[in-house]
Design a protein around this ligand. Structure first.
Ligand SMILES: [Zn+2]
Length: 444
């Protein structure tokens, strides 16, 4: 009998039959012997006490001619088995191997991956996870591979170059080799799944390290969701700027994420700040563009005694009423956009647009580059409370905005993570400004 591995499948090659085994979440195999077990050949065995190898979680027993046994153990019963013959295990439409992609270790370079990437409509991370492209890359490995290749996991797969794919393939081999090596050295205690993952854990660069400093640059590791899977990356090391002149930059982020710190660094570097919130405020002033329209929609009860709009009253209304909020936005956003377009007209100058609702208002279309300032939820809450601007109850509500942040992170070009020290943030902002400067010097 022979055993091979293909991706996440084990292939048992018996005399006449082929058995495919997929462990899924918790399946594992143990070796055992007749003499030191209560197992009786050919008989249904009686499960012993819980901690024995022969407990109720053993679902399959292989008996070998040399009196050894192989037990399949699976607490959650997610594992799968398929029985085929030599003639059809690679061709039968029911065989899971039919749909499988290439084995990464057989790839000499990125040619095959590149051909798949060009037709792939999702992100690089999803490309790596897709078992019909390459087999055997799990969620943890995919994050580590992207990090080592210095490619953002959210990058659209079809934009990958042949060189990117060469790098991804070689890093895939590197990561899988390391995992196999570590797993291989712990064979005797392999059934203690925690031991094995514990050892591999020590080697991880990004996975499971949200908020901790990147080993290469000190930037806190970011976490987002891609294709429903938790995804970790370094916003600095895995950053990619569009290859064009960058004159207008849009910056956004949740309340108290540290947007102002980023804006002031850009201003010091010579950028002209365009503050969308201020523009929105200005056009609500009596006699300005939005004043009359807002008054007609929301009535005179939003007015102060001096005839100016009381912004807090307006906010009270729209906070509770989704329809009213949409209505207000539809009045204000076009005005704000018109003012911004006018302000950024001068082609010689560079601008930084500070827009809380950059994507919601569709203002990202005016930008050559978009930045999202991210801060770890816990840190943000602490800062808000320390500032005294928000009661605890309000701060707790911020959780819902986390989802919003994740969505934005998938859309932006650059993420700046402001969860750790001031120095770590400064470093990211300064090196970004320098990168943009270099890019603008060479682009025509
Ligand atoms: Zn880094």
């Amino acid at each position: 009998m022979d055993i091979e591995r293909y991706g996440k499948f084990l292939i048992f090659k018996f005399e006449e039959k082929i058995l495919l085994s997929h462990l899924r979440m918790e399946g594992k195999y143990y070796l055992a012997h007749y003499e030191n077990s209560s197992y009786q050949k050919g008989l249904t065995y009686q499960p012993e006490e819980e901690d024995s190898k022969f407990n109720k979680h053993v679902h399959l027993v292989f008996e070998f001619t040399d009196e050894s046994l192989l037990l399949y153990h699976d607490v959650r019963k997610f594992g799968r088995f398929y029985l085929f013959t030599y003639n059809d295990y690679l061709t039968n439409p029911r065989s899971p191997l039919v749909k499988l992609g290439h084995e990464p270790f057989n790839e000499k370079d990125g040619t095959y991956l590149y051909s798949k990437a060009q037709k792939f409509k999702k992100t690089t991370k999803e490309l790596l996870l897709d078992q019909s492209v390459l087999v055997g890359i799990g969620n943890i490995y995919a994050d580590e591979i992207c990090f080592l290749a210095k490619i953002p996991p959210q990058k659209s797969a079809f934009t990958l170059t042949k060189e990117d794919c060469d790098l991804l393939v070689s890093k895939t081999q590197e990561v899988l080799n390391k995992a196999l090596e570590l797993g291989g050295s712990t064979v005797r205690s392999y059934h203690f799944a925690n031991d094995a993952s514990g050892r591999f854990q020590n080697e991880l660069n990004v996975y499971g390290r949200e908020g901790e400093p990147c080993y290469l640059c000190g930037t806190p590791i970011s976490k987002t969701k891609i294709g429903g899977r938790g995804t970790h990356f370094c916003a600095h090391c895995q950053q990619e700027l569009p290859s064009k002149k960058i004159r207008v930059i849009g910056v956004t982020g949740l309340i108290s994420a540290g947007k102002s710190m980023v804006s002031s660094a850009f201003q010091k570097a010579g950028y002209h700040l365009v503050d969308a919130d201020q523009i929105a405020k200005d056009c609500l002033v009596k006699g300005e563009s939005c004043y009359q329209k807002v008054l007609e929609t929301f009535g005179r009860e939003i007015l102060r005694s001096d005839g100016e709009i009381e912004r807090s009253k307006l906010r009270e209304i729209v906070v509770k009423d989704e329809v009213a909020l949409t209505k207000l936005n539809s009045l204000i956003h076009p005005e704000v956009e018109a003012v911004i377009v006018e302000k950024i007209k001068d082609e010689r100058k560079c601008f930084l647009l500070d827009v809380p609702l950059l994507f919601e208002a569709g203002l990202d279309k005016l930008c050559d580059l978009t930045i999202f300032v991210n801060t770890h939820e816990k840190v943000r809450r602490k800062r808000l409370i320390a500032r005294g601007t928000m009661p605890l109850k309000e701060a707790a509500k911020l959780n819902s905005s986390l989802l919003e942040a994740i969505k934005k992170m998938a859309k932006v070009d650059v993420i700046i993570d402001n969860s750790l020290t001031r120095e770590a943030t400064d470093f990211q902002v300064k090196s970004l400004i320098e990168k943009i400067r270099q890019l603008n010097l060479i682009s025509k």
